[in-house]
Ligand binder design. Sequence first.
Ligand code: ADP
Ligand code: MG
Length: 348
Amino acid sequence: MSESKSPFTPISSLGEFKLIDRIVEGFECVHPSTIKGIGDDSAVVHTSQHQVITTDLLTEGIHFDLMYSPLKHLGYKAVVVNLSDIYAMNARPKQILVSLALSNRFSVEAVDELYEGVRSACKKYNVDLIGGDTTSSPKGLTISITAIGEAPYEKIVFRNTAKEGDLLVVSGDLGAAYIGLQLLEREKQIFLENPSIQIDLKGHDYTVGRQLKPEARMDIVEILEKMDIVPTSMIDISDGLSSEILHLCKQSNVGCILHEEFVPIDQNTYNTALSFNIDPINCALSGGEDYELLFTIHPKDAEKIKNHPDMSIIGEITDVNLGIKLHSKGDNYYDLISMGWDNLDVEK
Ligand code: ADP
Ligand code: MG
C-alpha cells in the first residue's frame, strides 16, 4: 500500500511529444473501421453501422485513490467502465481515446504503468487506441476516456423501452465491489495509523479484485446474441441496482417488482458485509461499481436464460401505477429508493 517504487524520470525531461511516442509504442490498431489512429490532428473512423459513443472523466481523490489503486489497474478500470456503457447499449466497442492531465508528481514510469493497464484492456476487449490528449495539471491525475462502439440500429438497446410483463434480469453478482472498497478503506486507515502493520486482505481476492480491476460484460452481450435474445431495455450497473432500476423504470414509464430473494450476492461478499454490520442486500442495492448488466426480456425468452449460471431473473415489469417495489424476503413490499453508496451505514 504505497505509490510506485519504480524509478522517477520527470515527464518534463522527456517532453510531451516523446511521451506520446512512448505511449503509442506497443499499441496496434486492428479494426478495419480505424482508418487513421494516433499521429495526425484527428483520427479517422469509417463504419457502415450506427456508432455508439460514450465518455467518462475520472479524478484523483474523487473516483480513485492511488494509495491502494495500482496505476496499471487504474488504467484498466478506466477503459472498462467506458466499455461497459457501450455493451449496455448492446453494441460492440471498437475505438477509445484517452486524455490525461498529470501533475509533476507523476513520472514517465507512472505513465508507462497506467498505459500498461490501458493496453491490456484494449487487448482483452479488442479495441483500438486512436488518440487522446496530454496536459499538465497543478495537482493530481485526471483521466478522461471516450469509447466508440458499433451496432446495427435494430440491435441497439435503450433504457426507455421496457414493457409491462417483461422480466428483469441481472448478470453476475452484486455488491462485491462495494465490499472490496470497504476492505481497502479499512486497511488504508490501519496503514495510516501504523505503517509498520502488515495489511491483511487474505481471503478477499474476489471482492478487492471487483473493486480494483472490474470487467465489462462482453460475454453476456455475446451470449444473448447467440441465444437470439435482444433485451427490451438495458443499463449497466455503476451506481447500485436500486438506482439503475429507477432509471430504467422511470424512463420506460413502467413499474416493477424486485424480489430480494433472487438478487445474486456472492458468499464472501455476503459474509464480509455482515462482518461490517451492513445488510448484504444493501450492498447490492446501493453499492455501485459492479459493472454488471441489468436488462429486461420478453417473457417468451425466459426459458432460454432460466438456468444460465451467470444471469438471474430478479423481478418483473408492471404497470406504472403499481410503483417500483422491493418484495422483501419477509414478504413485505417497500418502495424501492436510491440511497447512493455514500449513505450506507458502515462500521469500520
Ligand atoms: P494536437 O496538438 O493536434 O492536439 P497532440 O500533440 O496533442 O496533437 O497529439 C498528437 C497525437 O497523439 C494525436 O493523434 C493525439 O490523438 C495523440 N495523443 C495525444 N495524447 C495522447 C494520449 N494521452 N493517449 C493517446 N493518444 C494521445
Ligand atoms: Mg492535443
